[in-house]
Design a protein around this ligand. Structure first.
Ligand SMILES: Cc1cc2nc3c(=O)[nH]c(=O)nc-3n(C[C@H](O)[C@H](O)[C@H](O)COP(=O)(O)O)c2cc1C
Length: 199
């Protein structure tokens, strides 16, 4: 069976891609508005783009009202965000934080998600996070006429690694167990497989 995407609606295309590009990492993004209300939301259309310059890309859609999601509004206004990687212990809070709330309500308060400042002049990171990226806005990629989501390129300025998951700081070896998105559910990475030697 070959599906011609021109004949499928956007929701079906989303479901097809979400079940086949797996697992997807989750960017748990913390931003602040001009009143410093802390906004938190997860995004799984997210991937590294380049390590030099260090950049990632995350695709952000619209609210059910058609307005921009708060994360995008805040990134465009402040040019700053924090991306927290999600471990098992904060899976539930990450999932709850995807609830569509008014921009005046902080997910941090609504779901009792504790945060702490690690990067001066940037939004806080989520407490107990193993790895967090401190990012600035780079650009929105133009995907043509009326795209449903806007791909946002972010520069990674600094990376926080909790000492508990870090060994050999000079050549960092990081041991943490991130949660990935698989279709509409979640998974941990399974058994590691050594890379075969290329003859
Ligand atoms: C695991 C997970 C991944 C998600 N990935 C995306 C995504 O890649 N793009 C997107 O627009 N929404 C995604 N969402 C939905 C947003 O988290 C949700 O719309 C949220 O309310 C946005 O909040 P905001 O308005 O505070 O930015 C995802 C939700 C979950 C639970």
């Amino acid at each position: 069976m070959i599906y011609d995407l021109e004949k499928l609606d956007a929701t079906n295309i989303y479901h097809m891609m979400a079940q086949t590009v797996i697992p997807r990492p989750i960017a748990w993004i913390v931003t602040q508005d001009e009143k410093e209300i802390v906004n938190i939301a997860p995004f799984s259309f997210f991937t590294p783009l380049s390590s030099s310059p260090a950049t990632v890309i995350v695709s952000i859609g619209s609210k059910s009202t058609g307005e921009k999601k708060d994360t995008l509004t805040n990134i465009l206004n402040t040019k700053k965000c924090i991306i927290c990687m999600v471990d098992e212990h904060n899976l539930e809070k990450m999932h709850f934080s995807s609830k569509e709330l008014s921009s005046s309500i902080s997910e941090a308060k609504e779901f009792n998600i504790k945060t702490t400042v690690k990067f001066d002049g940037f939004p806080p990171i989520i407490e107990n996070t193993s790895v967090a990226y401190c990012c600035t806005f780079n650009q929105i990629v133009n995907l043509g006429e009326s795209p449903r989501t806007l791909p946002v390129v972010l520069n990674v300025e600094q990376i926080y690694i909790n000492d508990e998951v870090l060994s050999t700081p000079a050549k960092p070896k990081i041991n943490f167990n991130p949660v990935a998105r698989v279709a509409r559910e979640y998974a941990f990475l399974g058994e590691n497989i050594s890379a075969p030697k290329i003859p």
